[in-house]
Write a protein that binds this ligand. Structure first.
Ligand code: 13P
Length: 340
C-alpha cells in the first residue's frame, strides 16, 4: 500500500475551496431523476448528461473530484475521449461508486445492508485501470421505532470497512458513507444520538480492519431533524450539533468530512456547510460531496434539450461556486442572485 499517495489523493479531494460532485446515480436512480423532467433514461441520454456536466467551463475551480457509476467510467464523450480522461485532463479526480446498492437485512424488518463485497478486489483493480483514484461505498441507516438495531449498524460498518481496506490495497482512497436517513418524524436530538452511535461503531471497525485513516474520507449525513418532524432546527443549530457530534466520534487523522445532501434543498445544503465552516477550529476539512443539492437545478435547466446545455452548465457552475465559498464560511445569500 502506497500510504503517501493515498494521503495525497485524499488531501487533494478536500483541497481548499473545493468539493466533490456525486454523479454516480445508478441507472434506476437516474431514471427517477429524469422522470422529474419527463426524459427517458436511455444509455445515450445518461452519457450526454454526464458529458454536459463534465465539460462545464471552470468547474475545476470548485470541484476536486467526481464520483462515477460503473457504466459512466466506461463511456466516452462524443469526440471519443474516455469520460474519466476528460475529467483528469482538467485536473478533476475520477472516482467510482464501488457498492452494489442496499438489500434487505434478513431478519431485521425495515433495515438494509449494502451489497457488493463478492469479487470486489477484482472490480477495484479494474476501476483503478480505468482511472478511478477513489471509491465510495454507501450504507443506509433508517431511524424508526426500535431501529436502527446494533446488528444493522455493525453489518454496515463491517462492509464499509472491507471496502475501505480493499480500496486502499488497490491504491484507491475509500470514501466511507454511512448515511443516517432524513426520512421520519424524529427530532434533531435523536438524529445526533444515532449518528454518534453509527460513527463510533464505524471508526472502531475501520481501526480494527487496519484501514489507514489518513488515506480515507468520511461522507456522512448532517445532524438534522427528520423530514416530518414538526420542529425543524435552525441553520446554526444544525451546524453546532453536527460539529459537536463529529468532534466526539471522528478521529483527527481523517483529512476530511465530505457531506452528502440527502434530500436537503440546494441552498439549504450550502447554508449548513457554510455555517459549519464559520464555526471553525475543526481538525478535518469540512467539505461537500453532493448529488441532488448540486444537480437539481441543473436538471431543471437542461430538461433533456441540448439547446439548454449552456443554461444547465451555468446552473452547475453557480451551485459549485456557492458551495466552494461555503468551504471557508464565505457564502452569502447575495451570491444566489449574481448570475454565474
Ligand atoms: P445526495 O447529495 O443526493 O444525497 O447524494 C450523494 C451521494 O453520493 C449518495 O450516495
Amino acid at each position: 500500500m502506497d500510504k503517501e499517495q493515498l494521503a495525497s489523493t485524499a488531501q487533494a479531494l478536500v483541497a481548499q475551496g473545493k468539493g466533490i460532485l456525486a454523479a454516480d446515480e445508478s441507472t434506476r436512480t437516474l431514471q427517477q431523476r429524469f422522470d422529474s423532467i419527463g426524459l427517458e433514461a436511455t444509455e445515450d441520454n445518461r452519457r450526454s448528461y454526464r458529458e454536459l456536466l463534465f465539460r462545464t467551463t471552470g468547474m475545476e475551480e470548485f470541484i476536486s473530484g467526481v464520483i462515477l457509476y460503473d457504466e459512466t467510467i466506461r463511456q466516452s464523450a462524443a469526440d471519443g475521449t474516455a469520460l474519466p480522461k476528460l475529467l483528469s485532463d482538467r485536473g478533476v479526480i475520477p472516482g467510482i461508486k464501488s457498492d452494489s446498492g442496499p438489500v434487505d437485512l434478513t431478519g431485521f424488518p425495515g433495515e438494509k445492508v449494502t451489497s457488493g463485497l463478492d469479487g470486489l478486489a477484482d472490480r477495484l483493480a479494474e476501476w483503478a485501470r480505468l482511472g478511478a483514484r477513489f471509491s465510495k461505498w454507501r450504507a443506509v441507516i433508517a431511524i424508526g421505532e426500535g431501529i436502527p438495531t446494533s446488528m444493522c449498524i455493525e453489518a454496515n460498518a463491517h462492509a464499509l470497512a472491507r471496502n475501505a481496506a480493499l480500496s486502499q490495497e488497490a491504491g484507491i482512497v475509500p470514501i466511507v458513507e454511512p448515511e443516517v436517513l432524513m426520512a421520519g418524524d424524529h427530532d434533531i436530538e435523536r438524529c445526533e444520538e444515532v449518528t454518534a452511535a453509527v460513527l463510533s461503531a464505524q471508526y472502531s471497525e475501520l481501526i480494527a480492519q487496519r484501514v489507514f485513516l489518513e488515506g480515507s474520507l468520511l461522507k456522512p449525513n448532517m445532524v438534522l431533524a427528520g423530514q416530518d418532524c414538526s420542529r425543524q432546527a435552525s441553520v446554526e443549530e444544525v451546524a453546532e450539533a453536527t460539529v459537536r457530534c463529529f468532534k466526539r466520534t471522528v478521529p483527527a487523522a481523517v483529512p476530511g468530512i465530505v457531506f452528502l445532501s440527502g434530500g436537503q434543498g440546494p441552498q439549504e445544503a450550502t447554508e449548513h456547510l457554510n455555517a459549519m465552516n464559520a464555526i471553525g477550529g475543526c481538525p478535518w476539512q469540512l467539505s461537500f460531496s453532493y448529488g441532488r443539492a448540486l444537480l437539481e437545478p441543473v436538471l431543471v435547466a437542461w430538461s433533456g434539450e441540448m439547446a439548454n446545455a449552456e443554461a444547465a452548465q451555468k446552473a452547475f457552475y453557480h451551485r459549485a461556486r456557492c458551495n466552494g465559498a461555503a468551504r471557508s464560511g464565505g457564502y452569502t445569500a447575495a451570491m444566489e442572485s449574481v448570475a454565474a
